[in-house]
Design a protein around this ligand. Structure first.
Ligand SMILES: [Zn+2]
Length: 264
């Protein structure tokens, strides 16, 4: 866990009447003992899980959406931590991230990503029920740009929707626009793995999430830095959102590379 997070824990433990010792950003014995006295954290969790859980509790107390209390530092906890920093240390409300043009359509009935049983019910076992999408325009591997691909594996239930989106992208931007905006830089789709820092499966595990241009849309880049937040990508996002897909960047302002056929 980063030092800034531990310092936040120490400062807030003090506010709550515990004695964590010096605010030094280190999980020393006094801080550990103070965390152990926080009643809302399950006793059988490891210390690092309790520390993350404490941040999640702080977020909840401050009305910041952090997902379930699970003690794992995933995307949502990272985002919640950034909001908390603003709120607790700079006394600023987190900026509301609700662009007026964010479409919330769901014509194909994509399931909600939580609880995870929804995904198993709709899409089956991870890594199964795949189809090959024949790409309307060639893609390049983001991690090896000289390698061109003409198809990739995705879940059979999202295949037709994905194909329509990419056709619309081609019609709208044309090959030159696609190259200029790097809409052909593919960061992956099917990949059976746990969510970063979490215990749940990533949406990629079913082949229902796709990453584009990861270099310029890094995990922790906000809309001030992510390329996909710029207005020239409005049409790109409209095509996804009209098919019910969810951009984490557009809805949560992190991981702008990632779009998924599951609601938050
Ligand atoms: Zn992704």
């Amino acid at each position: 866990m980063k030092k800034a997070a531990i310092r936040m824990i120490q400062a807030q433990l003090k506010v709550q009447g515990f004695d964590p010792g010096a605010e030094d950003g280190v999980l020393g014995p006094k801080t550990r003992a103070a965390i152990d006295r926080v009643e809302k954290l399950p006793e059988d969790w490891s210390m690092s899980r309790k520390a993350v859980g404490f941040i999640q509790l702080l977020a909840m107390d401050n009305g910041i959406d952090t997902g379930p209390l699970d003690g794992y530092w995933g995307h949502q906890t990272e985002y919640a931590f950034q909001c908390l920093e603003r709120k607790l240390e700079f006394n600023e409300e987190p900026p509301l991230w609700r662009p007026e043009d964010l479409l919330d359509l769901n014509p194909h009935g994509w399931p909600s990503q939580t609880p995870q049983e929804n995904l198993f019910r709709c899409y089956g076992e991870v890594g199964q029920n795949q189809a090959q999408i024949q790409l309307p325009y060639p893609h390049r591997l983001a991690w090896d740009k000289k390698t061109v691909i003409h198809n990739y594996s995705c879940h059979e239930k999202v295949h037709d929707s994905l194909l329509r989106i990419l056709h619309r992208v081609l019609d709208h931007y044309g090959p030159e626009g696609i190259a200029a905006l790097r809409l052909d830089l593919w960061g992956g789709c099917l990949n059976v793995r746990a969510m970063r820092g979490g215990s749940q499966y990533s949406m990629h595990s079913w082949g229902i999430a796709v990453d584009y241009d990861p270099d310029r849309n890094g995990l922790t880049m906000g809309r001030d830095r992510a390329a996909f937040a710029r207005p020239e990508y409005d049409a790109w996002w409209r095509f996804w959102e009209e098919e019910g897909w969810v951009s984490l960047g557009r809805s949560r302002n992190f991981d702008w590379m990632h779009v998924q056929a599951a609601k938050l």
